[in-house]
Design a binder for this molecule. Structure first.
Ligand code: URA
Length: 297
């Protein structure tokens, strides 16, 4: 039957990847990943030759050129599960480097609304990454992506810090927010201690995607990073953008431009960042079993 698909590897009607509706060649290998679909166009608003390539559910993709370098932007939706879908399917169409652009809540007094945090790593409270690998495996950013983001923020004159994020699978109880504005309702003791305990352990901020993206991307052989703007201050209990979302979008584009230059100049030995190839299984035949990224620059 024409409308049937393979359950283990479904494709979209246009023969593209199932959820993102993209095909190889539709997007450049360098991508910015916001959560919200409507942010893709805002992020791309100062690029040249901007084109919407696909839009389906929470996944919207635009491409364009930032300072002469072709980059893409695909929204992931909120949380780990939709991030996993997005990263898997971007990998299938040739993306090798991703920078999450998102918002976060700071939990230490060093940051305030509008500041940028570049997480070097994230505590894995996301849930999704547990489907891939045990909790002892670290969720860490590709060091080159962190360096490029830091260089980008320096060049642009932005206030930022290198942080340690906590990724939660929940916005309310899992981030120590009461269920009701008047403080009534379910309130487990763990919620009371969550933020002070994390801050004591050196965690700088809380959000909902970074750890899942770092682990899933890494295990797909991709370079992952994030730049998060502080939209909520959990120390002073204030919420506001203060220009942070625009700055994080600009910093991510600038970092991808820097990475593209480092790749072209051979400064980064791309393969060093990759995980090992999938071991050959019985019955796989004689050929190489895995796929490794690092093609187009
Ligand atoms: N996103 C989150 O998950 N938490 C915040 O406090 C702000 C943004």
């Amino acid at each position: 039957m024409d409308d049937e698909n393979r359950a283990s590897a479904p494709t979209a009607d246009n023969s593209g990847v199932y959820h993102l509706r993209l095909k190889s060649g539709d997007v450049p290998p360098y991508a910015i990943l916001p959560g919200a679909p409507e942010r893709t166009e805002i992020i791309a608003s100062y690029w040249k030759d901007v084109r919407q390539v696909a839009s389906y559910r929470e996944f919207k993709t635009v491409t364009g050129a930032y300072e002469g370098v072709r980059i893409g932007c695909t929204s992931t939706g909120i949380g780990g599960p939709s991030s996993e879908i997005c990263i898997n399917e971007l990998n299938k169409v040739g993306v090798h480097t991703c920078i999450r652009v998102g918002t976060t809540g700071c939990i230490v007094p060093d940051y305030d609304l509008g500041d940028l945090i570049i997480p070097a790593a994230a505590v894995r409270g996301d849930g999704t990454s547990d489907s891939y690998i045990g909790s002892g495996y670290p969720a860490y950013a590709d060091p080159w992506v962190v360096m490029a983001l830091s260089a980008a923020c320096d060049r642009l004159g932005y206030r930022y810090g290198i942080g340690l994020a906590y990724t939660s699978a929940s916005f309310y109880i899992g981030q120590a927010r009461p269920l009701n504005e008047d403080g009534t309702g379910y309130w487990p003791s763990a919620a009371e201690h969550l933020i002070p305990d994390l801050a004591q352990a050196g965690v700088t901020n809380i959000e909902m995607e970074t750890a899942a993206q770092f682990v899933v991307g890494r295990l797909h052989g991709m370079r992952m990073g994030a730049v998060l703007s502080v939209i909520s201050n959990r120390v002073t209990d204030r919420w506001g953008d203060a220009g942070g979302e625009a700055r994080s979008a600009r910093a991510a584009a600038e970092a991808l431009r820097i990475l593209n230059g480092w790749d072209r100049d051979g400064i980064i030995n791309f393969n060093v960042a990759m995980p090992p190839m999938r071991p050959q299984r019985v019955g796989d035949g004689g050929g190489s079993a895995g796929k490794q990224n690092g093609g187009e620059m």
